[in-house]
Design a protein around this ligand. Structure first.
Ligand code: ADP
Ligand code: MG
Length: 247
């Protein structure tokens, strides 16, 4: 496991000599083993932050460092994995082969089979292990994408609106499953969404982005599983909505 420390982080993209400031002066510390959600309007810089965290983009200014759990030191080899809005599965591989992809170089194939079997079971995919991506639903495909990430056993899981393309029922189910997985696997999760209900349902903290900056960092001191109809949930949700809309 690992946490993250982000200091004075800025990112500017350049397109045809025009500079686009995607992030300015971000400071954020995410504790090892915590679940943080990032919310904000489209274009507020959420995806850019995830891409910087996993090294898909270069930092313009500032620092990202990884924090090791208590007593251990950060190794500089922290494993980070990202789940996108689309599952991005290999169509020619079965469900279990897709999940085993990050372990392709692993010599102990029996261990690989056991790991894959564990997550197939956890994600309710056992019956579909030999199916191809074209033969499963969108919700299942997203479960496979999550399973592939879990097989990799990362210290930090980044998720960029991973449930955004799913229908409301499937989305609700997967939100609950994600909490179960978080409680079981104790990973650090940084989850981007533009859905405030989802952010409050999942995050121990909701970090609000606007125009490339963090405008508020709201703790969610509610036990899991959360009741979206409870008064506390409602109050936190309203506070976040007011901050985002500026009302
Ligand atoms: P969000 O995920 O919150 O919708 P993004 O991080 O995708 O926001 O985008 C933040 C800003 O950076 C936007 O103005 C967007 O147009 C710009 N941007 C994002 N990616 C690129 C890119 N690869 N090249 C140029 N500009 C980009
Ligand atoms: Mg985005």
């Amino acid at each position: 496991m690992a946490g993250v420390n982000i200091e004075n982080l800025s990112k500017t993209y350049t397109i045809h000599d025009q500079e686009i400031k995607a992030l300015s002066n971000i400071n954020l510390t995410i504790k090892d083993g915590s679940f943080v959600t990032l919310v904000g309007k489209s274009g507020s810089g959420k995806t850019t932050l995830l891409r910087l965290l996993c090294g898909l983009e270069q930092i313009t200014k500032g620092h990202i460092s990884f924090l090791a759990p208590e007593k251990e030191r950060a190794t500089g080899k922290e494993r980070i994995s990202i789940v996108f809005q689309e599952p991005r599965l290999m169509p020619w591989l079965t469900v279990q082969e897709n999940m085993a992809l990050p372990l392709i170089k692993e010599k102990d194939r029996q261990q690989v089979s056991q790991t894959v079997a564990h997550f197939l079971d956890l994600l309710g995919l056992k019956k579909f292990k030999d199916a191809y991506p074209s033969q499963i639903s969108g919700g299942m495909a997203q479960r496979v994408a999550l399973g592939r990430t879990l097989c990799y056993d990362p210290d930090i899981i980044l998720m960029d609106e991973p449930l955004g393309a799913l229908d409301a029922f499937t989305r609700k189910n997967l939100q609950t499953e994600l909490i179960d997985i978080f409680l079981l696997e104790k990973k650090t999760i940084i989850f981007v969404t533009h859905d405030v209900d989802e952010a409050v349902f999942l995050g121990q903290r909701v970090v609000i982005f606007d125009g490339g900056s963090i405008i508020e960092d709201v703790p969610v001191p509610l036990d899991y599983p959360r009741d979206p109809l409870s008064q506390n949930f409602f109050q936190i949700r309203e506070q976040i909505l007011r901050t985002i809309t500026g009302k």
